[in-house]
Write a protein that binds this ligand. Sequence first.
Ligand SMILES: [Zn+2]
Length: 422
Amino acid sequence: MRPPLALAKYSIGVGDRFGRQARAQLEACRLALAAGVEVIPVWNKSYREHSIIGSEPIATRRAADEAVSALGWKLPYHVDADHIQLGTVERFLDACDFFTIDVAETIGRPAPAERVSAFVARHPELTGAIAIPGIDQPFETTAETVAAIARKYLLAVEEAGRIYRRILQAKGAGNFIAEVSMDETDCPQTPVELLVILAALADEGIPIQTIAPKFSGRFNKGVDYVGDVAAFECEFAADVAVVRHAVRAYRLPEDLKLSVHSGSDKFSLYAPIGRALRRFDAGVHLKTAGTTWLEELIGLAEAGSDGLALAKQIYAEAYAEREALSRPYAAVIDIDPALLPDPADVRCWSAAEFAATLRHDPTSPHFNPHFRQLLHIGYKVAARMGARYLDMLAAGEAVIARNVTTNLFERHIRPLFLGEQH
Ligand SMILES: [Zn+2]
């Protein structure tokens, strides 16, 4: 098998809902490079985002290509078909070279008993005490626990295989990066489950390069991690060790690494993740998405009178539609309607007040995570404004770009990849 297109040790998934900030995002990677670390940009956009915005994957590709040529970026970059399934992959095939294969829907659908027992028989190494280098205590499993995990995940792995083979047929071996994502489900996967899943993915013949498990705790959109940070650190380090072990045990690609979804704004996790990466000399893919759109809004507010008025109008409309907007995101947001400011009050805010309420600076007394989360999911409101919104972005380009770049570099790349406090 031809080795897959390589994925660098450190990569960052940057979403760009309206496709206008690719250059400002790439600038953050350029700053990282100047500071001594290669962080490879991956422009990700899901089927759902394209549908809501009314855009096509080729537009993401074009924006990425233009940014790369404008800034003279010489390192690799990728365009990610984010969270695709068999029914949605087709329109991404030409434009993308990174595919996030989402099989969360199939998790838990019980695999037939004979396939489960065949898996357990094929993998005697998964039963008993499993010593994983870098983890103090060996995992203790029985044939029953392995069977229970296989029953829960085997059909999802087979589905991933079907999607992978469709992409393979269209793109050819070695021409794309495959990620498997299991994060959009109810229960987090334990490190033992991750090991079993990786063994099954290897059996299925998928040369995966990133895997996105669901971690413990809440990864809400646009705000910090909610959960036990110390427990997360143990779990993440164990997952990194499992990935490294699985690469050797199951001959998976050498560059296989974890992918952290909803990874923007998880400020309390960057130090623990960074420690685990350094300890194992491992890489990571940090996927961020909606953060850039929020920086656009902050920039709009700061850009001047018309921009501020538009930002306030977007908030007022999102506020009026908050229930409908929240519904598809229920699992990944926590908005207390009582803590949302009244749009009538917001109408009187200064640009500085709007920006400080929205900007994710936990030390600022103005910062309001409810306001931020509502606007995070409120991009639909801007999308239906169409040209009016896009023209305003063009008018405020310089100040918006500064916000987009600073957010990615100072608040994400610096603490995670450079190991610096922000
Ligand atoms: Zn995800």
